[in-house]
Design a binder for this molecule. Structure first.
Ligand code: F6R
Length: 612
């Protein structure tokens, strides 16, 4: 996690760095800091958010055309002023910002302490800056080379940027496991954890690869070398990101904007891939691996959090349509379980950020055992798409609210397309049924638009449950992952305890929790195990639980039982998650706003989980 932004050029660095930090704040927001050269090193850092930093630097000397900045999500050491980045070297002449974890920091720290280095913070980052200075001093070498030597001694993940008082014309950056993008302007360079702080200044970017070091100098063009000292030719790409995609566009929060974007994001995820008129589904990114997928002995879906919930929907889809056995695994468990994997297995890795450390490690493990890895990611150029054999981007656009919304529905859309494509190739689905489903899928963006009209009703509902202490979410079949996702959304942004369960499992334990204080959200749409869900509703009712039911428009049976009804348009059972998730996102959103929670940046969370 943590957000990094840096600048070297002719302009004043401060406005670029501050704006960049605000854009990257989704990556961590417990402390923030900046450093400039003008000509000495000026350092400002504070606990709290970027706005606190902005207040803190008011009236201070912040001029300079070279600078580095950081917004932190604490790993080593509590969030306070001292542990905030940048960190200085012992001489005070080097400043560093870092995203990632130095796993062998304790050993390095001990060695450095014995050589007389003093540590001010509890961070692993400070170890790195002392180590670099130590190498510069002992080997009589310049900064770039010292960074290279230091990184050969480091175990762990890093994206770093370093600035030296003795070399005001150079920034040195490097990455391994944590993202870093270089923006190339006219006589200037930008650096950031993602492209959002760069987009309004230049469209020419270079995504650094693992173990690459970039030297950004006012005096020469971009130099990239590996930590093994191999010179690399920079691969300059054109950014497709637009500025409007990363702004709130009149919405009060990014989360609400992103919920409302779903008709567009689902449509974009299907664009060029689904043609209902011609009866065609094709995903260009996986074309060379379709046969492998079709013949897979088993599909293993690996992901974390919301992406894992999308994976569960994928399990139902692939098993029903393509008749391939599917296992859905938490990446964090899979990687440490010595799983049985063969070359006939296909692994689908799902990740919005494309940077989740556990998912990346699980991919590497499955790859080492010969499995084929297919990615479903949202962030173009991120680490996971580069680690997979093939894959499909979700095209949801930047998701800035920390709670994932439009990424989930885009992931489910891609999984639906993949399952349909493989089923079609395999002949495991009747042609007429295939056409029926793809026609319906094409109409989903419009139905999402219609679903969003329930927003005012949900706001009213949220008023009634603002101060509930617990929530239960129940669903069966395709709606079970929807229940899990609804509960996750509520707990992460409103801090209300919420559990998602398969509705039938309730009687094996959670039913003990039900009383008149307990709101129970049941997804009870009219296909699949509808009657069974009604029985589960009756069980809740008998114990005086308050039922909030998500039902298909025109429903009569559930209406008679439920205390509150949310209607969504009729659709195929397998497509219901694309609609039923939306009222649950809105419910969490409104409850969180009414509880005065920070919806876009919930406590303790960060958007991109690049640590284990
Ligand atoms: C929930 C949420 C997290 C992420 C999880 C995986 O709203 O955002 O649970 O889904 O951290 O992240 P990605 O999809 O980036 O791998």
């Amino acid at each position: 996690m943590c957000g990094i932004v840096a600048y070297i050029g002719e302009k004043q660095a401060l406005p670029i760095l501050l704006k960049g930090l605000y854009r990257l704040e989704y990556r961590g927001y417990d402390s923030a800091g900046l450093a400039f050269l003008n000509p000495g090193l000026q350092l400002y850092k504070t606990k709290g958010k970027v706005a606190d930093l902005e207040t803190y630097i008011e009236g201070k000397n912040t001029s300079g055309t070279i600078g580095i900045a950081h917004t932190r999500w604490a790993t080593h050491g509590e969030p306070n002023d001292i542990n905030a980045h940048p960190h200085f070297s012992q001489s005070g002449k080097l400043a560093i910002i870092h995203n990632g974890i130095i796993e062998n920091y304790a050993v390095l720290k001990e060695e450095l302490k014995q050589r007389g280095y003093l540590f001010k913070s509890e961070t692993d980052t400070e170890v790195l800056v002392h180590l670099i200075e130590d190498i510069m001093h002992n080997e009589k070498t310049e900064l770039g080379e010292a960074v290279r030597i230091a990184l050969n001694q480091v175990i762990g993940a890093y994206a770093i940027v370093i600035m030296s008082e003795n070399d005001p014309d150079t920034l040195v950056a490097a990455r391994k496991g944590s993202p870093l993008v270089v923006g190339i302007g006219d006589g200037e360079f930008y650096l950031a954890s993602d492209a959002t702080p760069i987009v309004e200044y230049t469209k020419d970017v270079v995504y650094l690869n693992d173990e690459e070091i970039a030297i950004l100098s006012r005096k020469q063009s971009l130099t990239i070398k590996t930590i093994k000292n191999q010179i690399k030719t920079p691969y300059v790409q054109k950014l497709e990101l637009s500025l409007t995609a990363i702004e709130k566009g009149g919405f009060e929060h990014f989360m609400l904007k992103e919920i409302y974007e779903q008709p567009r994001s689902i449509r974009d995820s299907m664009r060029g891939r689904l043609n209902a008129k011609e009866g065609r589904v094709s995903l260009g990114g996986i074309i060379d691996y379709e046969t492998k997928m079709k013949n897979a002995r088993r599909i293993i879906i690996i992901a974390c959090g919301t992406s894992w919930h999308a994976g569960l929907v994928g399990e139902y889809l692939f098993e029903e349509l393509a008749r391939i056995p599917v296992e859905v695994e938490y990446a964090s468990e899979f990687r440490y379980r010595n799983p049985v994997i063969s070359e006939e297995d296909v692994v689908i890795a799902i990740s919005q950020s494309g940077e989740t450390a556990d998912t990346l490690a699980a991919i590497e493990l499955a790859k080492s055992k010969g499995a084929t890895i297919i990615g479903i990611c949202n962030v173009v150029g991120s680490s996971i798409p580069r680690a997979t054999h093939a894959g499909s981007y979700t095209h949801a656009g930047p998701e800035i609210g920390v709670a994932s919304t439009k990424a989930f529905t885009a992931q489910v859309t891609i999984l639906t397309l993949m399952a349909l494509r493989i089923a079609y190739m395999k002949g495991s689905i009747e042609k007429s049924r295939f056409h029926q489903i793809i026609n319906e899928l094409e109409s989903i963006p419009e139905k999402v638009e219609e679903t969003l009209k329930v927003d005012p009703e949900i706001k009213e509902l949220a008023r009634m449950f603002t101060f509930a202490r617990n929530f239960l979410y129940l669903g069966r079949g395709y709606n079970f992952p929807v229940a899990l996702e609804g509960a996750l959304k509520l707990k992460e942004i409103s801090y209300i305890h919420a559990e998602g369960y398969p509705a039938a499992e309730m009687k094996h334990g959670p039913i003990a929790l039900i009383d008149r204080e307990m709101p129970v959200v049941v997804i009870a749409t009219n296909r699949g195990p509808y009657d069974k869900v009604i029985s589960n509703i009756q069980e809740v009712k008998a114990r005086n639980g308050k039922i909030i039911a998500v039902v298909t428009k025109g429903d009569i049976k559930v209406k008679e039982l439920a205390d509150y009804i949310i209607e969504i348009p009729e659709t195929e059972e397998m497509l219901v998650p694309l609609l039923a998730t939306i009222p649950l996102q809105l419910l969490s959103y409104h409850i969180a706003v009414m509880r005065d929670c920070n919806v876009d940046q919930p406590r303790n969370l960060a958007k991109s989980v690049t640590v284990e």
